[in-house]
Design a protein around this ligand. Structure first.
Ligand code: ATP
Length: 437
């Protein structure tokens, strides 16, 4: 009871009112349907670690879809259901989402007198999870709201700051968990338990990745690269020899780590200033990791990981283009501000940041950063229709004039729309482009 009160207190102290209310409503609605309701996994883990909570995962001992339908109706939400898996997503009008899964109550005929045994299926549901720290559940039904369920020693491992699997075949059963262990250990600053660490080594020794779909490894790798600072995780991966799972010739040398460190600095700078401008953060780390590889090795890594075509373009063709372009800029002493603009404007954020991490010359780095912060957003006020009004005939000349306007703007010569029109007219006159006259 004291424990229950303690968890209830944590729920009350750490959660905002909306989530608290929502959990209570979930418990009530489920209870009315005769289901046991739990909030599970990452939610409980992050709650106890006082970390920001992103997802709400609900497990229903009963029919999750029936619950989701009833709840959504009451609360005015939409739902997506996945019959085959007994799962649903409840979506609030403001797009806030709750994931619901079913853990059906299982009934077993016993040979003896008692006909049916009800097995606690939340336990089975939790037993399928990757690590002990992800196996916590909190009851939500009104009678036991706030009771914490810990079958696998999760509280002990959270206290010990340790990542442990639930059973010894865990990594053989699903080798992607090796990457997940490293991700969680890096994110929380936890160690990987000794037995668990040995299980990882054994799984790698028996070549557990041989039959694993590349796409699943890619997905876990991306998640690691999306962490705030993935470098310690990359080091841990290397300590287990996991880079060889990607390619036998992939080697991470001190230079690679230096580049990764500078990627990390650049991305922190960027993300602080441009929080609302998403870009594939993972790709910048990945490009840096592949920086020293030959094209052929990179290609084979992409094939091994089933990298989808578009992302293959990032890691192969476009990355090489960015590197080549940077070489040109660094080896030329006559690059003007405008030339730099017209070069860089063709590259998306991820490549610009990659170039900034790669560049050696501080002046060029400053120029690229200036392009990113000041110039890339500059757009001329003037449009095609202004040029029509000037009596110009539409055609390639339009973009040539707009380019000139932009160049003058980058130079700080033009401030207003009127100035731009005057400039365009003068330029057209000078170059004899007017149809009328
Ligand atoms: P994150 O904050 O990274 O989203 P999470 O714990 O919510 O962390 P998810 O990847 O969203 O992780 O997975 C949700 C739950 O599903 C986890 O709590 C985990 O226990 C379980 N899970 C995910 N992948 C696996 C796996 N490969 N094997 C076993 N359980 C898994």
């Amino acid at each position: 009871n004291a424990k229950k009160r303690q968890i209830e207190n944590i729920l009350y102290q750490r959660l905002d009112n909306r989530i608290k209310q929502l959990l209570q409503n979930i418990g009530k609605t489920g209870n009315e349907l005769g289901f046991n309701m739990f909030v599970v996994g990452g939610f409980v883990r992050d709650l106890l670690l006082s970390r920001q909570i992103d997802d709400i995962d609900i497990v229903v001992e009963g029919d999750g879809i029936e619950f989701a339908k009833t709840y959504a109706k009451k609360e005015g939400c939409r739902i997506n259901t996945y019959k085959k898996f007994g799962t649903a997503v409840i979506i609030y009008p403001d797009n806030f989402k709750i994931d619901v899964a079913s853990a059906r109550l299982e009934y077993y005929k016993t040979p003896a007198a008692l006909p049916i045994v009800e097995k606690s299926s939340i336990k089975l549901d939790l037993a399928r999870r990757d690590f002990t720290i992800n196996t916590l559940a909190i009851s939500l039904n009104p009678d036991n709201f706030g009771t914490m369920i810990d079958y696998f020693g999760a509280n002990r491992d959270l206290k010990d700051k340790t990542i442990r699997t639930i059973h010894n075949l865990s990594f053989v059963e699903d080798p992607t968990r090796i990457f997940r262990a490293i991700k969680f250990s890096n994110r929380f600053g936890f160690k990987i338990g000794k037995v668990t660490s040995n299980l990882i080594k054994n799984a790698i020794t028996i070549d557990c990745f041989k039959n694993l779909s590349g796409l699943r490894v890619l997905s876990e790798l991306k998640q690691i690269f999306e962490e705030e600072n993935p470098i310690p995780a990359i080091k841990t991966m290397e300590s287990y020899g996991l880079e060889k799972v990607l390619h036998k010739d992939l080697t991470l040398i001190p230079n690679t780590y230096q580049l990764l460190e500078s990627v990390n600095k650049i991305l922190s700078w960027h993300d602080l200033l441009y929080m609302d401008e998403p870009y594939p953060r993972w790709a910048v780390y990945f490009m840096a990791m592949l920086n020293r590889c030959s094209y052929k090795v990179c290609e084979q890594i992409c094939t091994r990981l089933n990298v989808p075509l578009r992302e293959r373009g990032i890691l192969l063709e476009k990355r090489y283009k960015a590197e080549k372009q940077l070489n040109l800029i660094e080896s030329s002493s006559t690059y003007t501000k405008q030339e730099l603009y017209w070069t860089l404007i063709n590259f998306k954020t991820e490549y610009i940041l990659y170039m900034m991490a790669l560049v050696k010359d501080e002046e060029i780095k400053k120029a690229i950063s200036n392009f990113y912060t000041h110039q890339r957003g500059i757009k001329p006020y003037i449009k095609g229709r202004d040029l029509l009004k000037l009596g110009l005939k539409p055609g390639p000349v339009f973009s040539a004039i707009i380019k000139q306007v932009l160049n003058a703007k980058l130079d700080g010569q033009l401030k207003t729309r009127k100035e731009e029109i005057q400039f365009a007219a003068a330029y057209a006159e000078k170059t004899n482009l007017l149809i009328k006259s």
